[in-house]
Design a protein around this ligand. Sequence first.
Ligand SMILES: [Zn+2]
Length: 161
Amino acid sequence: MSQPSRVFVPSVTEEDGGTIGLGVFSTEEVAWKVLRKFLSKSHLMSLTRSDIVIWEVDQVGENGMIVLSSMHCRDCPVCKRRTFWIDLETYSAMCTGNLCEAWIEESTLEPGKIDLGWPPTRFLKQAENIEDALSELRIIGAEIEAAGRTPEDTFTSIPEE
Ligand SMILES: [Zn+2]
């Protein structure tokens, strides 16, 4: 096998500013897989952001580095847990919390519009912009609370890992 000319490096940043490297990979696909797997446990940690950076091998200096993706971790508008990963550049977001997976994505059919959804009730909607999309998800979160269940109660049937 020949040496890769570029490598993909996923990492996450903790609340105290420390960075955790998740490895160095020869394909983007594997780098994403490793990062997604790690983020699926992010409710157990205090993370603020994640990055995937491409490094050109044997290139000196900053020009050898391209940021492929940066996501920030926020409180989920639906389940309220610190598991909502949002990429402000591509207008996409996804909750990595168990049984939530609320998501936001720019529409592929109508560019400029934002699709959003909440898989547990197959909720699907379109919004004009990312702020409206977040409000729609907050409404679902409020409805769950109004139904008399706190977000924690909603998920108590899930065995802890
Ligand atoms: Zn959530």
